[in-house]
Design a protein around this ligand. Structure first.
Ligand SMILES: [Zn+2]
Length: 296
């Protein structure tokens, strides 16, 4: 496990004890051992009440191996024939991508321990998923969403699907992980709760193998049989929670984000299977605009 984790845990434990609302400034730039994918550099400056973050210098993005659509410009990540994230808000129906003030992802740097911590319960079981490549990522759609649920402060959300971004969309202390998987849940009244899990290069992850083996190309589908999503989530339940948006157009601001603090291992060769299909399919971090990130 990286120094990053140890240091965070230690620091949070020491500095954020019993006060009702305690700011925990995470240490920056020291002993960060998260391995970065060089294509994931961001150029967005994030500002909030307490910190100004200049993310890493823009790096030249490698072109996605996915074929760009040639007929008309469509949103994408700047690969040939697509509209890059900075321009998404100019596309019809996507103004929120530009005008929204609660956009995602963000750089998770200053977190708060709140008096009434968010109560997150996960109730997962094995379920069938259909893998579909949508031209931006591979989405694994649940056959029966109600079989997998989470509750957030008593409100129930069903698991609709999960999909990936490489490198991660959220940053922790200005650093991207090589991979982030989003588990998208929806409540009966249409609100979304997304559990974000980070993956860091390490030992091969046997639980991820079924996902890796079903990363289908465009226009292909596959079935993930009786897969338990909890098997590719961290055992540690520490969660960074904040209010944000979809990270793809139309960037709707109706998402309760639940980013898991502890990363999960992924083998280098396994990661390559994800990035061979899509890499740099991550929206840059957005301004925090004073939003509080709680943790518990
Ligand atoms: Zn996503």
């Amino acid at each position: 496990m990286s120094h990053l984790n140890t240091r965070n845990t230690l620091f949070l434990g020491l500095a954020c004890s019993s006060m009702a609302l305690t700011a925990c400034q995470l240490p920056i730039g020291q002993h960060q051992t998260v391995k970065l994918n060089p294509v994931g550099a961001h150029d967005t400056v994030t500002t909030n009440n307490t910190v100004t973050t200049k993310a890493s210098t823009p790096a030249k993005k490698a072109p996605s191996t996915a074929k760009a659509k040639s007929h008309k410009p469509h949103w994408g990540y700047g690969e040939e024939g697509t509209i890059a994230p900075a321009q998404w808000g100019n596309l019809e129906g996507n103004a929120t991508c530009k005008t929204g003030e609660k956009q995602s992802p963000i750089n998770i740097k200053t977190v708060f321990k709140v008096e009434k911590p968010l109560n997150l319960n996960k109730n997962y079981q094995a379920e069938n998923f259909t893998a579909k490549n949508n031209g931006h990522t591979v989405v694994f759609n649940a056959s029966l969403p109600a079989r997998n649920q989470i509750s957030v402060n008593g409100k129930v959300f069903n698991l609709l699907q999960f999909h990936y971004h490489a490198p991660s969309e959220h940053q922790v202390m200005g650093t991207n992980y090589p991979l982030e998987i989003h588990f998208v849940h929806k409540s009966q009244d249409g609100q979304l709760a997304v559990v974000g899990v980070m993956y860091n290069i390490g030992q091969n992850n046997a639980q991820l193998e079924q996902v890796v083996n079903n990363l289908v190309k465009e226009d292909k589908t596959a079935t993930l049989s009786m897969f338990d999503v909890s098997s590719i989530m961290p055992a540690d339940k520490t969660t960074f929670a904040y209010s944000g948006s979809l990270t793809t157009p139309p960037c709707s601001e109706k998402v309760q984000w639940l980013v898991q603090k502890t990363p999960v291992n992924i083998g280098a060769e396994q990661l390559e299977k994800f990035t061979d299909l899509y890499k740099a399919n991550n929206r840059p971090v957005q301004p925090q605009n004073g939003r509080i990130i709680s943790f518990n």
